[in-house]
Ligand binder design. Structure first.
Ligand SMILES: [Zn+2]
Length: 203
């Protein structure tokens, strides 16, 4: 699996284009369509996977869905966030058309051939936050960063839920965490992060 990283238009949110056997998954939707088209090339996009409903991660989701004729997957709780500029922090941005969306509301496996996607729900930063584990790589959204964890002081944030999500992630093995902003980090670094920041939250 090849992983291409694009920097989104807002808040430098990352977009990851995963390519395997001429098929593609797109994680998050903050990068301009031209950049995504260049990264995808002639491969077939199976789906857009959103890590959560904040505007910097879902801004162009419907643009991608239309261009590539593919579904958008998101946690069910994300609809309320993405459709409300106050809750998604997009000032005037909101999604008003959810025809292309498919939802999950718990941990599950999405079989998007040739990709097997483990959905790990990780509420805390937002109620709709999830991590996607694909081929031993973790796409962590705004839950884990290379130098910390996601903010828990936003509308929809939940500190106890974040603590539970960190506990959950501490039992998940992976090679590299690809975060919603900033750099990648390895499992050892994230194990230290999770333990350190969990203690901050518990204070
Ligand atoms: Zn966010």
């Amino acid at each position: 699996m090849e992983i291409k990283k694009l920097i989104g238009e807002f808040m430098d949110a990352n977009v990851f284009v995963l390519i395997k056997d001429d098929s593609v998954l797109i994680i998050d939707a903050g990068a301009k369509i031209e950049d995504v088209k260049n990264a995808v090339g002639n491969a077939k996009v199976q789906a857009v996977l959103l890590t959560h409903g904040h505007f910097d991660h879902c801004y162009y989701a419907n643009v991608y869905a239309k261009e590539f004729n593919c579904p958008i997957y998101m946690h069910k709780a994300g609809k309320e966030i993405a459709s409300d500029p106050q809750k998604n922090y997009g000032e005037t941005f909101y999604i008003d058309n959810f025809n292309n969306f498919k939802y999950f509301d718990r941990d599950c496996v999405l079989n998007l051939k040739p990709f097997n996607v483990e959905v790990i729900t990780t509420a805390g930063h937002s109620p709709c936050s999830v991590c996607y584990k694909i081929e031993n790589q973790l796409f962590a959204g705004d839950t884990l960063f290379s130098n910390g964890i996601g903010r828990t002081d936003l509308i929809g944030s939940d500190k106890p839920a974040m603590i539970a999500s960190l506990d959950k992630l501490s039992k998940v093995s992976f090679e590299t965490a690809y975060s919603g902003h900033g750099d990648e980090s390895d499992y050892a670094r994230q194990t230290r992060n999770i333990n350190l920041f969990k203690r901050f939250l518990l204070r």
